[in-house]
Design a protein around this ligand. Structure first.
Ligand code: PLP
Length: 368
């Protein structure tokens, strides 16, 4: 039997291949330069990323979770405030709220978009609610028009988890610009991925930005002068320099992913639930998440036909052991999504032919 050619879910070496020479030359330049943490490369990346997103400020930090923790902390809400968050978000959003000493209050998503359902916000409000933390899951913007209006009406702060939504837009506006702060991760698999851990916060709020420039670095902007009780969450020069290279190619990578998504939309069998689209949403498809009742069987079938897939995510936050005593209640939509979601390969390194193989493998599954 000939060896089966596998369509990988993701190969970072392959995705980074087009930029390899540029990345290698950049690494050598930074190594030889001799300045390794918070320097010219970080400052340049912060300026370039702020310009890309369309905010006045960008503050580089060590990772996406820290971006969330530091942003929520900088809002200076009373300890133990209620913060609304999607019941199906990646656990990091909820961990950040808990780490700062607040209480996550789960709001169910719209099952067709995976994003927090604005219609669920009024019911989740308490007298103690101070903020909404939205996640633009899988690279699709939340309905920031409705969410923003609700937040203004109730005087709530808004923090955006943009770890999966680099370059995603609602209308002409990019994710990260709707709320008080936009939190990005540049973990290697993200749409804009470093070659290690990295993150950033974007904001138009001068005071918030100034505070974050302190808190990421021991609460200090001036050496040995500490204004806040800060942490060490600095971005290093090497990652910043590599991110500058990849930022120049981000729109090309996004266009490629969007083209692959079009192939999926056109070719997948109609018994598969594909991501809902609206004309004013510019999706960047960090993940191409489908829904299907017999998800595990389909996943096995695809594997046997040479296609690797992922599940985002197998266990919803309210069923995680770490959340015992923190989250309670029933979240049937989160349960439904976590038991039916399957992520199909979609990356900068995949070809149209590979996506066509995935589609063909779906069509040979014995549905119904
Ligand atoms: C990846 C991710 C994070 C965390 O980013 P790290 O850089 O891994 O800390 C937070 N939220 C979401 C939605 C993510 O996908």
């Amino acid at each position: 039997m000939p060896e089966l050619y596998m369509v990988e879910y993701e190969s970072l070496a392959h995705s980074n291949q087009p930029f390899m020479e540029e990345l290698e030359a950049t690494a050598v330049r930074v190594i030889r330069n001799g300045w390794y943490v918070l320097g010219q490369e970080v400052t340049a990346f912060e300026e370039e990323f702020a310009q890309y997103v369309g905010t006045r400020h960008c503050i580089g930090v060590a990772n996406g979770l820290d971006a969330l923790i530091l942003s929520i902390e900088a809002l200076d809400l009373p300890k133990g405030s209620d913060i609304l968050v999607a019941s199906n978000t990646y656990i990091a959003t909820i961990l950040a709220i808990v780490r700062v000493g607040h209480r996550p209050v789960l709001v169910e998503p719209d099952p067709s978009t995976f994003n927090i359902d604005p219609a669920g916000l009024p019911k989740a409000m308490t007298a103690n609610t101070r903020a909404i933390c939205v996640t633009h899951l899988f690279g699709k913007t939340c309905r920031m028009d409705a969410i923003g209006a609700f937040a203004r009406e109730h005087g709530l702060k808004v923090v955006e988890d943009c770890a999966q939504s680099h370059g995603a837009r609602l209308g002409t506006q990019m994710t990260g610009t709707f709320g008080d702060a936009g939190c990005f991760s540049f973990y290697p698999t993200k749409n804009l991925g470093a070659l290690g851990d990295a993150g950033a916060i974007v904001t138009n709020d001068d005071a918030l930005a100034d505070r974050l420039r302190h808190t990421r670095n021991y609460g200090s902007k001036q050496k040995y002068v500490n204004r806040y009780v800060g942490v060490n969450s600095r971005l290093d020069e090497l990652q910043a320099a590599l991110l500058r290279v990849k930022l120049r190619h981000l729109d090309t990578m996004t266009a490629h992913k969007r083209a692959l998504a079009e192939v999926y939309f056109a070719g997948l069998p109609d018994w598969i639930g594909t991501p809902k689209r609206r004309p004013d949403e510019f999706d960047v498809f960090h993940i191409y998440g489908i829904r299907y009742s017999r998800r595990d069987e389909l996943r096995q079938h695809l594997l046997e036909h040479g296609v690797k897939t992922e599940i985002h995510y197998p266990i919803p936050p309210h069923r995680q052991e770490a959340m015992k005593g923190i989250l309670s209640g029933d979240y049937p939509i989160a349960d439904y999504l976590h038991s039916t979601e399957l992520s199909l390969p979609i990356s900068a390194g995949h070809t149209v032919q590979e996506v066509e193989r995935v589609i063909a493998a779906c069509h040979t599954f014995g549905h119904g």
